[in-house]
Design a protein around this ligand. Sequence first.
Ligand code: NAP
Length: 308
Amino acid sequence: MAAPIRIAVAGVGKIARDQHLPAIAASPDFQLAAVVDLHDPQLTVPWFATLDALLDQGPAIDAVVLCTPPQVRYALAAAAISHGLHVFLEKPPGATLAEVELLRTAAHDRGVSLFAAWHSRFAAAVEPARTWLADRTIRSVHIVWREDVRVWHPGQAWIWQAGGLGVFDPGINALSIATAILPQPFFLTRATLLVPANRAAPIAADLAFTDSRQTAITMDLDWRQTGPQTWDIVVETDAGRLELTHGGRVMTGSDEAQRGTDGEYAGLYRRFATLVHTHASDVDITPLRHVADAFLLGQRTRVDAFVD
Ligand code: NAP
């Protein structure tokens, strides 16, 4: 068996603590070697305030996972790649499409693996849904992604700033699933973005897409939902309705109901290990392109200020 990949985590915030650190600890493929964060996260591995300090003075590493906000990710990824490190990018892979394209080229030229991770694609029922839909004629698609921003992003200033995506931060997860399971590529035709008076990014959005067969695809994103949360995709087909709920973990309405436990991050790390060992990269920017299109085409409407 190959030696574990020595990995550093940069950006030790909510998602690093909730998912990455436990997934790395449980993986036979990886060994946590160091962390990088603006503040000391008080872990048992060496901490560095900057990636440059880790690269200059730290222990030897093979890879880095970037769990910072997207606005600062390009510079970190570019530095890591130029030092010959494999790079795992949390979603979204960057603040712009062009910077991610540059990273893909840089990784190829340097001979390292770049993984633009879409964690929702690793939810248990996503692959069964993709398989079930592959031979169907799609009649319509309705995506509803409504959650409580105060629960999932408490006090996160970056998410409301330019490049932070606002409600598209969770919405891009729905798009990562839709672009994986629907058999035809689709494109945006209309968008309304509701932007709080005191913020730069939307708190809700209403979108319509279609494809070359004129399929109606709608998407309802809202961060103001309290109580039960909704992460559902309903697909009407020539063979009946498929409901993919709980963020891709549960599939009902098809011949076979699927319900899986949440192993998204274990799956992501297995995928990253395979990429490293096979000298490959996986960089799909399609979900980010749809978000960029929403910001290009979207009609902005000001709504009440949002206070955390
Ligand atoms: P977060 O809690 O704000 O954590 C981000 C961390 O990065 C903070 O510790 C921050 O330090 C640190 N950081 C900022 N700039 C840095 C830099 N230049 N170098 C090193 N560290 C830096 O955010 P999060 O919720 O974990 O989200 C991070 C990313 O994961 C986002 O792209 C998000 O879309 C994605 N994600 C989040 C979730 C979730 O449920 N929250 C789920 C899946 C994916 P300071 O706090 O000191 O600024």
